[in-house]
Design a protein. Structure first.
Ligand code: AMP
Length: 287
């Protein structure tokens, strides 16, 4: 479908109609759900979807249901024009930009909750967050009816929650988790990096990546106990960014999210840190 012009769709019924037509033509549909303000990380997901799909639908929706009242919903960065241009350049075929009033009409009352996997890590700090994420993605799956869905490792718990939802709700969708794209110096790309407004904040934000690299080095050197690794990482973060507040440094199985007291081949180390008024997350597979 390389010759197809990128199409902008704003209504649910139009998207449903288009998906049905494409499916009837035997086209393989990929979906890349996003909240917009796109960067190279998002674009890598589009390219990844493109490899196994005829048509890639990129959705842009800042989902109010996944933000708590004290979070950054209102000030979440938006750039629809820029996003559409980037999606075109990455080979996206359809941009679905639904209205909040159509996704969540006044009468809305049905939510999707992935119970166990949502309760830990980000879930302890952001209660209700994954219920909002699972609900919007279930709705997008129902509207777009994709064959393939691509999510980023950057949000590895989100990927685990949504993989479980895909299984539990019997969606016939191939679930792909694509690697985290980083800036040259290692900072994981994120729409929220825009909030790092001073050079000092930008520099000190590197403490997450540096701590993860340190963890990986320790594991390569033979250290396996999560608690020992966590201590070194905490010290590393404090040295780089003395004002940092660490929400958690965790060691979990990649798929089940079981807590790992020692590191094995499927262990992901993830962390959430607040610095200079910004909350950042990152993670790395340690072996
Ligand atoms: P968001 O717009 O932040 O909701 O992210 C939309 C999708 O892009 C999610 O699947 C994220 O995991 C993914 N994503 C965000 N940042 C990155 C990154 N740096 N590398 C790869 N994927 C990413």
């Amino acid at each position: 479908m390389a010759s197809m012009k990128t199409q902008i769709v704003r209504s649910v019924s139009q998207m449903q109609k288009l998906s049905r037509i494409l499916a009837a033509k035997g086209k393989r549909i990929g979906i890349v759900p996003t909240m917009g303000f796109l960067h190279e990380g998002h674009l890598s997901l589009i390219r990844s979807a493109k490899k196994s799909c005829d048509v890639v639908v990129v959705t842009i929706f800042v989902n109010p249901a996944q933000f708590a009242p004290n979070e950054d919903f209102a000030k979440y960065p938006r750039d629809e024009k820029g996003d559409i241009a980037k999606i075109k350049s990455a080979g996206g075929d359809i941009v679905f930009i639904p209205k909040a009033s159509e996704i969540y009409p006044r009468s809305f009352q049905t939510y999707v909750s992935v119970e166990k996997l949502s309760e830990i890590l980000e879930g302890t700090v952001r209660p209700g967050h994954f219920r909002g994420v699972a609900t919007i993605v279930a709705k997008l799956f129902n509207i777009v009816r994709p064959d393939v869905a691509v999510f980023g490792m950057k949000d590895f718990q989100q990927a685990a929650v949504l993989r479980q939802m895909t299984l539990d709700l019997s969606y016939p969708i191939k679930f792909i988790v694509a690697p985290t794209v980083r800036e040259k110096d290692g900072l994981a790309m994120s729409s929220r990096n825009k909030y790092l407004q001073t050079p000092q904040a930008r520099n000190e934000a590197l403490c997450l990546y540096r701590a993860l690299r340190e963890a990986k080095k320790l594991v390569t050197g033979g250290m396996t106990k999560s608690e020992d690794i966590r201590k070194v990482m905490t010290g590393r973060i404090r040295t780089i960014c003395p004002s940092a507040e660490i929400d958690y440094i965790a060691f979990n199985d990649f798929k089940t999210l079981d807590t790992m007291s020692s590191v094995t081949s499927n262990t992901v180390c993830s962390l959430a840190v607040r610095l200079h008024g910004v909350r950042l997350i990152d993670n790395m597979r340690l072996k």
